[in-house]
Every structure is written in C-alpha cells, then in structure tokens.
Design a protein around this ligand. Structure first.
Ligand code: NAP
Length: 324
C-alpha cells in the first residue's frame, strides 16, 4: 500500500512526455520482435532485459530452425536482434523489474535500481526458467559441476565425462554440442520415448561418444571432498539402482514460466503461464503477454517472434482506443 502511494505520487509528478507508449519486460525473441514492430510503428518503446539481449536463445549453441538461416549461433542471433531493434528506433536497457502495478491508465514499473518507469502499455515477455529437479546434491553442486547451460559451461568439460538429464529437444541438442567437447556424454532419460525432435535424436544416436541411458530416474548428484563425482540412478522398470560416474551434470528437465511478478495482477493458468489467447491480450487491459510465458501449444523461436509482432500491434490498437 505504501509502495502504491509512493508510485502514485511519482505518476502525478510525471509529465506525459515521460510516459512511454510501451515498456517491454524481456529482451528475448518475443520481446525484441515486439520492440522492432513498435519502433517501426513510431511508438516510444523501451525493452528491459535482465541478462543479454536475445534472452535464452543466447544460451543455445546452434539454431537450425530459424527460417532463412541454415545455421546460426544463439549469440549471433541475439546480436542481430539487438542491432535490428535499435535500428528500428526502440531502445534496449539492462534492468530487472521488481514491481509492476497499474494505476488508472498507467503502468508503473519499479526496477531493482530503484528507478520507476511509466508506460501506457506493457508487453510481458520474460520467458521461462530451467526447471530444477529438486534432488539431493543439485543445489549444493550448482555452479560447481551442476549446470543448466551447456553453451556457458561446456568448455570446462573438454575431454571429461558428462551426464545430461532430460529427453526434450534442449537435452538432446545440448548433449550433441557437449559431445563435440567432452570425452563421453551420457544422456539419461526417464522414459524410452523422447520428446525431442527426430532430426536431433537421429544425429545424437550416430555420435560414437554419446551414450543413451533409459529408462532411468536420477535420484541424486554425488560428490566427494566438494567435487562432483557422478549421479545415482534408478531403473524405472526394475527399481535397480546404480551409480554413474561423471565430472559434470547438465540438467534439461523442461522449463517454468517466469511470471512471479504478475501474481495477483494478471490471470494465470494453474501451472503459472499467462492466460492470454493468440491476440496476446491478458486479463489486464493494456498488458500483453508474448512468447514462452503465454499459455500455448508450441514454444519455439518462430512462435515467440509471432507473439511479439501480434502483441506490439495489439498495444498500438489499445493506445488508439485510449485516445478516444
Ligand atoms: P521439454 O520439451 O518440456 O522436455 C523436458 C524433458 O525433461 C522431458 O523429456 C521430461 O521427461 C524431462 N523431465 C521433466 N521433469 C523431469 C524430472 N523431474 N526428472 C527427469 N526428467 C524430467 O523441455 P525442453 O527440452 O527444455 O524444451 C522446452 C521447449 O523448447 C519445448 O517446447 C521444445 O520443443 C523447445 N525447444 C526446441 C528446440 C528446437 O527446436 N531445436 C530446442 C530446444 C528447445 P518426460 O518426457 O518423461 O516428461
């Protein structure tokens, strides 16, 4: 309540020129596509990114399903997105949004720096976070053998033995990348069937140093003297347990929406995704959700980009509606 009053007084002091047409929370594919469209439409736009422009794509070693690019590194795609956004007249700034409120027709965003920004519309495109397994040793060895990003940490495991956990496209794609660095990569998955794309699976099965281990659940991360030594496994069918030695463990057990900031403000689904349809409109007028945070069937770069374009267009329409 106290914060609301403080924010309200800031709103009252501000002049209309200091109010953005559009603030975008998240500078990944969805957020920056929205920024490109909004910039081209002449909207006064600022995109806030808490890590690197490009978002989670920058942690992917290679992208091979972005139309028109046969193959591009995630980092290079992120840099192109940033350049294109700025060329189109939108700004990108580093910032972590800590609070998001709506006061009458104005959104008020408080950053961790203490800065308070205001806007007539907001596109929420904060993406997803890696899901934790919640098993013993995971937290203890996080950053010291347990990783959620092969692109970031893979180079530490040259000629070593690593374990990758998961059966989706991320696990298989990153296991493939790691197999070009590590001596062996063991891909542990709890089922015989994989969610991953067939093209990735076929490629992985043909790598001599990439070993498939199914159906095994990982029950713990093991270590000795502060160093990770492997994982404990349980065969899901027989119940038998065993230890798999390894120097590093990469976990790709899916994702969880980054929507904590929206709780109590916006309608979310039971599993925390923003309840917004294809028009990206949320339960709060003027607030749009784009990309992986939105409830949807297919979470891919192209669908994130499509959401960004739709959200920016909807934000433009909403601004027009506000004027009349
Ligand atoms: P995902 O497709 O949801 O796969 C998560 C995997 O983790 C599943 O195999 C799941 O097993 C496993 N898992 C979940 N909880 C687990 C637990 N507690 N213990 C062990 N295993 C667990 O997630 P993702 O691979 O991160 O992909 C996320 C999205 O990005 C997907 O929509 C994917 O298509 C997309 N993506 C696309 C590409 C590409 O196009 N090349 C690359 C990366 C990601 P079960 O199968 O048994 O549930």
């Amino acid at each position: 309540m106290e914060n609301q009053t403080a924010a309200q007084s800031v709103v009252q002091q501000e002049t209309a020129e200091n109010i953005y047409d559009l603030l975008i929370v998240g500078g990944g594919m969805a957020g920056l596509t929205a920024a490109i469209y909004a910039g081209r439409a002449g909207l006064r736009t600022l995109a806030l990114e808490s890590q690197i422009p490009g978002g989670s794509i920058t942690t992917s070693e290679l992208v091979e399903n972005w139309p028109s690019q046969l193959s591009i590194t995630g980092i290079a795609l992120g840099e192109l997105l940033q350049k294109q956004t700025e060329k189109c007249g939108a700004r990108i700034e580093w910032g972590i949004v800590q609070k998001l409120n709506k006061l009458e027709d104005t959104f008020v965003l408080t950053l961790d720096s203490g800065a308070v920004l205001q806007s007539r519309t907001v596109i929420y495109a904060a993406g997803v976070n890696p899901r934790r397994l919640g098993i013993p040793g995971e937290q203890e060895f996080r950053g010291r053998g347990v990783s959620y990003c092969a692109t970031c940490d893979g180079p530490f495991y040259k000629q070593k033995n690593v374990v990758v956990i998961g059966g989706g496209s991320s696990a298989v794609q990153e296991a493939l990348y790691l197999s070009s660095l590590a001596r062996t990569v063991t891909l542990v998955h709890r089922r015989e069937n994989f969610r991953a794309e067939k093209i990735l699976l076929d490629r992985a099965r043909s790598r001599a140093n990439l070993i498939f281990k199914t159906p095994f659940a990982v029950s713990g991360i093991l270590g000795e003297g502060g160093a990770l030594t492997g994982v404990s496994l349980q065969n899901v069918l027989t119940g038998e347990t065993e230890t798999l030695p390894g120097d590093g463990v990469f976990i790709y057990a899916g994702v969880e929406p980054n929507t904590g900031l929206l709780r109590g403000l916006v309608k979310l689904t039971e599993d925390g995704y923003v309840a917004a349809g294809e028009d990206t409109r949320t339960s709060v007028p003027g607030l749009f959700a784009a990309g992986d945070v939105r409830v949807k069937e297919l979470r891919q770069l192209v669908t994130a980009a499509a959401d960004g374009a739709v959200a920016a267009t909807q934000a433009g329409k909403y601004l027009q509606e506000l004027k009349f």
